[in-house]
Design a protein around this ligand. Structure first.
Ligand SMILES: *Cc1c(COP(=O)(O)O)cnc(C)c1O
Length: 396
């Protein structure tokens, strides 16, 4: 690069990424091909509109790129193009979710989503997000004792509140979600069911986590988490008389954004093809195996794992332990000094603040991409335990 300042920073970041153990549950490492597509000349092109209906000339190739990406997206999740549509233009997960609400929920109407501190995402209607300002969130949480979803309680809440849309799919819920039960809840009050599979999309693609497509009306996802693609998002919607895909397309463009990022769409297409392979299925299986081992080892070492374990790539761990441990913030700082990167996280019914919560969130997607196996997880668990127990670390 001619720009030595930025070049140096990129090299520094690359070195940093290589030398740490990365347990951030929402991160991953993309392939060189994904990086090549992202860094391609496709970034030079304006392509406002959709394939076959652009507002600028010269989009013959853009159309091919976007169409190929859509075919691969439907193919990866085994969806029939007569039943499902996909929009691959959202710039990231948050704008994708906003676009769905913009398309289907009138301002002021209710969206039922999981509370942030129980593992929901900001864009599921939290008040600090635009989704909580334009729409009214009906928050739900996990059961206090089991720390898993209580579908009966959700059904009662939905029947009472009559939301326009229910969101299932979370950022810090380690368990499998029963999508059929969510469908029953949505049907009981005639509401739309949106599944935000951002975190576990790669596990669905790898057939190691239940697929939401049989039950959802809309499925949104980021591409950059377990799916191991570039930072981007997709919105899948059911094709039927309700016209969901048309409304969603309009909400994405011109509702939310201008020109799509074609380089990003090409990189998504590359990632989708990579995920459609036996090697990726093996990867997804290993991600879950690793998470289970990490979770079990930490539990054996005396740490409380929220809900008692995990069915996915992520683990929520109570580091505070009613004051005998360390706070989530302290834990993440100490671990970072020891070369282990995690993020602090609230735990359900947290008594501490989100700025310094009671727990940390761990995920195995990134380290599994780097070839880590069960034995490595045992070592990582021991290291985490040693760091958190180190002298001066506990408030005895
Ligand atoms: C990550 C995530 C998002 C938001 O994605 P961004 O690309 O960070 O905007 C939305 N929903 C869920 C469940 C997520 O995990």
């Amino acid at each position: 690069m001619k720009d030595k300042q930025i070049e140096k920073l990129i090299i520094e970041e690359s070195t940093r990424q290589k030398k740490v153990i990365n347990l951030i549950a929402s991160e991953n490492y993309v392939s060189d091909d994904v990086l090549k597509a992202l860094g391609s000349v496709l970034t030079n092109k304006y392509a406002e509109g959709y394939p076959g209906a652009r507002y600028y000339g010269g989009n013959e190739i853009s159309d091919k790129v976007e169409n190929l990406c859509k075919v691969r997206a439907l193919g990866l999740f085994a969806l029939d193009e007569n039943e499902w549509a996909v929009n691959v233009q959202p710039l990231s997960g948050s704008p994708a979710n906003v676009a769905v609400y913009l398309a289907l929920v009138e301002p002021g109407q209710k969206i039922m989503g999981m509370h942030l501190v129980h593992g929901g995402h900001l864009t599921h209607g939290h008040k600090v997000s635009i989704t909580g300002k334009i729409w009214k969130q009906i928050p739900y949480g996990v059961d206090k004792d089991s720390e898993v979803l209580n579908y009966e309680a959700l059904k009662e809440l939905a029947k009472t509140e009559q939301p326009k849309l229910i969101v299932a799919g979370f950022t810090a819920y380690p368990r499998v979600i029963d999508f059929k039960k969510f469908r029953d809840i949505a049907d009981a009050c005639g509401t739309l069911l949106m599944v935000d599979m951002s975190h576990f999309a790669g596990l669905v693609a790898g057939q190691t986590y239940p697929s939401p497509f049989e039950y959802a009306d809309i499925v949104t996802t980021t591409v950059h988490k377990t799916l191991r693609g570039p930072r981007s998002a997709m919105i899948f919607s059911k094709k039927d008389a309700r016209g969901l895909p048309q409304k969603i397309d309009k909400a994405v463009f011109p509702g939310m954004q201008g020109g799509p990022h074609l380089n990003q769409i090409a990189a998504v297409a590359v990632a989708l093809r990579e995920a459609d392979s036996p090697a990726f299925k093996k990867y997804a299986k290993q991600v879950i195996k690793n998470a289970k081992v990490l979770s079990n080892e930490l539990a054996k070492l005396g740490w409380r794992i929220i809900s008692g374990g995990t069915d996915s790539h992520l683990i929520l761990m109570d580091t505070w332990k009613n004051g005998i441990g360390v706070s989530g913030k302290e834990a993440s700082l100490k671990l970072e000094k020891a070369g282990i990167i995690v993020n602090m996280n609230t735990i359900p019914f947290d008594t501490r603040s989100p700025m310094d919560p009671s727990g940390i969130r761990l995920g195995t997607a990134a380290e599994t991409t780097r070839g880590k196996k069960e034995g490595d997880m045992v070592k990582i668990a021991r290291k985490i335990d040693a760091v958190l127990r180190a002298r001066g670390s506990r408030r005895e």
